[in-house]
Design a binder for this molecule. Structure first.
Ligand code: PBG
Ligand code: ZN
Length: 324
């Protein structure tokens, strides 16, 4: 009770504050999303995501060398295919853009964790996350294709398989497929609580994956629901997910917290494109201090309960954090 208790005593110097700090950020828990496209020497800026590019495989490898040196834990790859069709065949072709990139990164000796995002929307002509029957995404027919893609990516060298499609039962289907092909030791990170969010806007420019009709609300979650997120997480864990993800991060910090306190498993949070772009835009206008807002944002996501953060800020943050 005042004046006996004076919380300011422990805030008196940076050393004192660092000693009692509860949450820390580390580059070892940051994953950098990257967009890989056909061609060579291609570096196409993504206008709504300053500092982010679609990179051809040669430049992707170069970039990954630098990012690895910063201590970043890994990268998650999104592919921009040569061509698209209704079945998204380029997404599970052995010589598709992502398997090619994975092989190139392994051959170049990159030791960062290589995450492969598994979804159909970058590869389907209609832009939906599965194949379409009767104007809706056919859940069970899509499972087979996601499983095929997962096995192709694992064979190409993916260290982690990360399905982002939100089909029911996909974790079990992918787990079975991986186990049957000798990849029992490849972990699955499921995008377990992925919301139908307007914050994905810039990503859809980056990945050229906007749905050509309708929206994703028949498979991604309603932003109003929290209990449903816990059910989704429970199901994915029963099906064999090793890590569960909440996405986006900032409007869903309560979900991150509830998932972390309900299930004692590693939790990842995706600090998505719109969250990144807003900070970049405000700082370009001179309205905020970008570096400080970035670090405070990432810290907040960790404090809410995320162990791992997928973020377009990974290299910039890692440069500030240093290696550990
Ligand atoms: C595709 C996918 C999306 C993101 C990651 N994987 C977009 C979507 O569902 O439309 C969004 C990432 C971001 O906004 O940074 N399934
Ligand atoms: Zn998708």
């Amino acid at each position: 009770m005042f004046p006996i208790e004076r919380p300011r005593r422990l805030r008196s110097s940076e050393r004192m504050r660092a000693m009692v700090r509860e949450t820390r950020l580390s580059a070892a828990q940051l994953i950098y999303p990257m967009f890989v496209c056909p061609g060579s020497n291609v570096r196409t800026p993504i206008s709504s995501m300053p500092g982010c590019f679609q990179l051809s495989i040669d430049l992707l490898v170069e970039e990954c060398r630098k990012i690895e040196d910063l201590g970043v834990a890994g990268v998650i790859l999104f592919g921009i295919p040569e061509s698209k069709d209704p079945e998204g065949t380029a997404g599970y072709a052995e010589d598709g853009i992502v398997p090619k990139a994975l092989r190139a990164l392994k051959e170049a000796g990159i030791t960062m964790l290589l995450w492969a995002d598994v979804c159909m929307c970058e590869y389907t002509s209609h832009g939906h996350c599965g194949i379409i029957h009767d104007n809706d995404v056919d859940n069970d027919a899509t499972l087979e294709l996601l499983t095929r893609a997962s096995v192709v990516y694992a064979k190409a060298g993916a260290d982690i398989i990360a399905p982002s499609d939100m089909m029911d039962g996909r974790v079990a289907a992918i787990r079975d497929g991986l186990d049957a092909e000798g990849f029992a030791n490849t972990p699955i990170v499921s995008y377990a609580a992925k919301y139908a969010s307007a914050y994905y806007g810039p990503f859809r420019e980056a990945a050229e994956s906007a749905p050509q009709f309708g929206d994703r609300r028949s498979y991604q979650m309603d932003p109003a629901n929290a209990e449903e997120a816990l059910r989704e997480v429970a199901l994915d864990l029963e099906e064999g997910a090793d890590i569960v993800m909440v996405k986006p991060a900032l409007p869903y910090l309560d979900i991150i917290h509830r998932v972390k306190t309900t299930f004692q498993v590693p939790v990842a949070a995706y600090n998505v494109s719109g969250e990144y772009s807003m900070i970049c835009a405000a700082s370009e206008k001179g309205w905020i201090d970008k570096e400080r807002v970035m670090m405070e944002t990432l810290l907040g996501i960790r404090r809410a309960g995320a162990d791992i953060i997928l973020t377009y800020f990974a290299p910039e943050a890692a440069r500030i954090l240093g290696r550990d």
